[in-house]
Design a protein around this ligand. Structure first.
Ligand code: G3I
Length: 374
């Protein structure tokens, strides 16, 4: 096409039309992507998904319609250990079941999130691990969930946010698991999950991996070493999740280093998932069109490299509507520091595909690339 338009402009322009209704592009397409070698490689359609909460699935509205347009659903909170088994021995599955029921009705994949994450570990489990250092605490937890959802949850975030190159132990976060079982707990967790559901894809998931700064660089290197070690020991690791919590204050996504990182991961025979994509704004006093353009531009920057890597098989945003974004808490200081329009949806951090009134934004058009011909 010789309209003097960039690839990005062609994709977002052509694909914008089906999105005016706010629906995601859902027709699977087989794309052709030119990897960094320049050769075209057949790239099956990638999946798009979003973090959801059960209450978002029960009302017939634009948000629920947009959720139906996803291929992957991820419980934003209700799949966490402390959300399922706040009291030992008294698990409650209602929210997880509701998300799985909705997904089954709509032919969608459910990604379990997450089997172990320090922040959402119930206090009784922390105490038990500290006292007993007995892996049966973890085995029991996994056995509570994984077999129950066999055939319903096809991907599990087994370990969430295990890297800490600043204060960790050999680059691994000092958590209840690491203290009780040592740094090898990641391997044990993956093997335990595999034994309980041999058909599910198993992943680890972490953040701060895409910017040009010493911390992200150290974290990328630590993730590579962790994956290399696990794969060398034939540990059942199928996927690596790269959290896409982008922050405009951090500057531009480092496309060169991120592309290299994704290529090095792909060389270790793992599928890559861009997870938890959203954007924290840095200046909410700008006119809305400028704010939305900045958000979309940084999402394009990440997708430019992610969608050029055939091993990247899915992109999941951490919600669909600004109204429900966890970022509103984090944006409070920015909002209070700057005079914002009194209209509520203007006061929201605008880091998800749809605004507070479910109007699609340029970010939503940018994301149409995920399901489009590469
Ligand atoms: O549902 C209860 C509600 O009944 C109660 O009244 C209210 C007040 O206590 O809490 C509600 O639960 C909250 C839940 O979000 C649902 O909104 C929890 O307190 C709150 O801790 C929980 O926060 C979630 C957080 O993870 C901790 O699980 C955020 O929504 C979620 O966006 C965030 O997601 C994490 C990823 O899992 C991992 N990566 C970072 C990302 C952002 O922190």
């Amino acid at each position: 096409m010789s309209l003097g338009l960039s690839r990005r402009e062609i994709l977002t322009g052509v694909l914008a039309m089906p999105l005016i209704s706010g629906m995601m592009v859902t027709t699977p397409v087989d794309g052709m992507s030119s990897g960094d070698s320049g050769a075209t490689v057949p790239v099956p359609a990638r999946n798009f998904g979003a973090a959801v909460r059960p209450d978002q699935l029960s009302s017939e509205n634009a948000l629920c319609d947009a959720i139906r347009g996803c291929q992957i659903l991820v419980p934003e909170y209700h799949g966490q250990w402390s959300a399922v088994e706040w009291r030992r021995g008294d698990p409650w599955y209602g929210n997880y079941d509701a998300i799985c029921d909705f997904a089954e009705r709509n032919g969608q994949i459910v990604r379990g999130h997450s089997l172990i994450w320090e922040k959402m570990t119930p206090d009784w489990a922390r105490d038990e691990m500290a006292e007993r250092r007995d892996w049966r605490t973890i085995e029991r937890h996994f056995a509570t969930l994984v077999p129950r959802y066999r055939g319903r949850i096809s991907e599990w975030v087994v370990v969430n946010e295990m890297i800490d190159t600043q204060d960790g132990d050999h680059g691994l976060r000092r958590t209840s698991f690491q203290r009780a079982y040592g740094n090898d707990y990641v391997r044990r967790a993956l093997e335990t999950a595999r034994a309980l559901d041999p058909s599910a894809k198993l992943m680890i998931n972490d953040y701060s991996l895409v910017y040009d700064n010493p911390i992200d660089e150290a974290r990328r290197n630590r993730m590579l070493r962790l994956v290399e070690d696990l794969k060398a020991r034939n540990v059942p690791l199928d996927m690596v999740g790269i959290q896409g919590h982008l922050e405009l204050a951090k500057g531009k996504v480092d496309q060169r280093r991120t592309a290299r990182f994704l290529k090095d991961l792909a060389a270790m025979d793992v599928e890559i998932a861009i997870t938890e994509l959203d954007v924290l704004e840095s200046d909410m006093s700008l006119p809305i069109p400028n704010r939305d353009a900045r958000v979309a531009s940084t999402v394009h920057d990440l997708l430019d490299v992610a969608l050029d890597q055939p091993a990247v098989r899915s992109v999941v945003t951490w919600g669909l509507s600004d109204q429900d974004s966890w970022l509103q808490d984090r944006a409070r200081s920015t909002r209070e520091a700057q005079t914002c329009s009194p209209v509520d949806c203007h006061r929201l951090n605008r880091g998800l595909p749809f605004d507070g009134e479910m109007k699609p934004k340029p970010m939503q058009i940018a994301l149409s690339r995920v399901r489009a011909l590469a």
